[in-house]
Design a binder for this molecule. Structure first.
Ligand code: PLP
Length: 373
């Protein structure tokens, strides 16, 4: 897990202490009996699954959640004992691995269970968490009838055991609670008809865990975005019960600096033309790193000063307008702090008209993740 040598100065710096601090703050905030499920899907929201998983376990997470069976395999290869839940759909072909490696799966289809019954000689029963669709419309059983049918067939199938039940909210991060409350009511209603309460009932994503009534913490919460120090929405920021520490910074260095004369242009399409003489810098990061072309115009930090990206962003490089003639090798902060100035993943999200969740996910694997302890 140590860092390899990288020659290009472009790096994502991941602060594992920040991740641990965010989990510990949540731990102190939750009711003592409530477990933390650390959501490390999508390479831990782009932060690096293995290192984040290790930090989360150290900070007290008792289960890791991933989206896909392949993500579960990666985690299991590094952590032999931690409980792992696959939140998304799993093909039947994964069940033998899940049985031998103790991977817990989401279940929401009678047909899937029937197909699984054909698999003989599993090492041990596979633990399942029943997914209820209470209004997300994604995966999950949609009615009491479906739920009871599914429960019945699982409990009569030797290959499986029911370990948990869960649902997911569509509007937990919004101030308006009408739709959220409807989802809660549906979940509670269905739960009440189950012959036996499973070991782990969990409904809360980050927003629910942080800002909704503590009764919705049930047995566990699924902590995702705020583990990385990011807010699920600006509304959650207004009512946040404890401060968060962002874990990701993105840095590079100037690799070329030049004086541009008035009238000279920059980049493909020559879309930027200098009005006056100015200094520009070239930085080795481009859209193949996730710095998508829509980020043209976004500020970066040089010597604590805001400097805009000018012209079109290239695949591997882009150009910035410098406040002065800096030297090659000068540090450039794309996300993070310099001398009291800060550029956040939220700033990027605003610039490209998306949510902060999406931004670290699209920083590609060409950008090394460097872990600072
Ligand atoms: C991604 C995901 C989460 C985590 O959501 P956050 O808003 O990041 O906390 C929780 N539950 C499910 C089912 C998810 O897919």
């Amino acid at each position: 897990m140590e860092n390899l040598t990288y020659y290009r100065p472009t790096k994502a710096l991941i602060d594992l202490q920040a991740i641990k601090a965010n989990i510990q703050s949540l731990r102190n905030y939750l009711q003592p009996h409530v477990d933390i499920i650390a959501v490390v899907k999508a390479n831990a929201y782009g932060h690096g699954d293995i290192q984040v998983a290790a930090a989360a376990i150290e900070a007290g997470a008792v289960m890791l959640a991933v989206a896909t069976p392949d993500e579960a395999v990666r985690i299991r290869q590094h952590f032999a004992h931690i409980d792992i839940l696959v939140l998304g759909a799993t093909p039947i072909s994964f069940i033998p691995y899940a049985a031998s490696e103790n991977i817990t799966l989401a279940v929401f289809s009678v047909q899937w269970v029937e197909q699984a019954q054909q698999i003989k000689s599993l090492q041990s029963p596979v633990k399942l968490h029943i997914k209820i669709d209470t209004g997300m419309g994604r995966i999950g059983v949609n009615s009491l009838e479906e739920l009871l049918q599914l429960y019945e067939i699982i409990t009569s199938t030797a290959q499986f055991s029911v370990d948990g039940i869960f649902t997911h909210f569509a509007t937990a991060d919004e101030e308006e609670t009408l739709y959220f409350d409807k989802q809660v009511d549906k979940f509670k209603e269905l739960l009440q008809y189950l012959p036996e309460k499973p070991r782990l009932v969990h409904v809360a994503n980050t927003a629910t865990a942080l800002i909704k009534h503590s009764s919705l913490q049930f047995d566990a919460v699924r902590f995702g975005i705020s583990m990385y120090g990011l807010l699920p929405s600006s509304y959650v920021g207004e009512v946040l019960p404890f401060p968060l520490r962002p874990a990701l910074a993105l840095e590079t260095e100037l690799v070329h600096v030049k004086k541009l004369h008035a009238g000279q242009s920059v980049g493909y399409g020559a879309t930027f033309t200098a009005a006056d003489d100015c200094y520009i810098g070239t930085i080795p990061i481009g859209y193949a790193d996730g710095m998508i072309r829509k980020l043209s115009g976004q500020d970066v930090l040089v010597d604590g000063k805001r400097s805009p990206i000018i012209g079109r962003i290239c695949m591997d490089q882009c150009m910035i307008l410098l406040p002065a003639a800096y030297n090659v090798g000068e540090r450039v902060t794309l996300v993070g702090k310099q001398q009291g100035e800060e550029i956040t993943l939220d700033d990027w999200a605003t610039k490209v008209e998306t949510i902060n969740y999406e931004v670290p996910c699209i920083i590609t694997s060409r950008v090394p993740r460097i872990y600072i302890k």
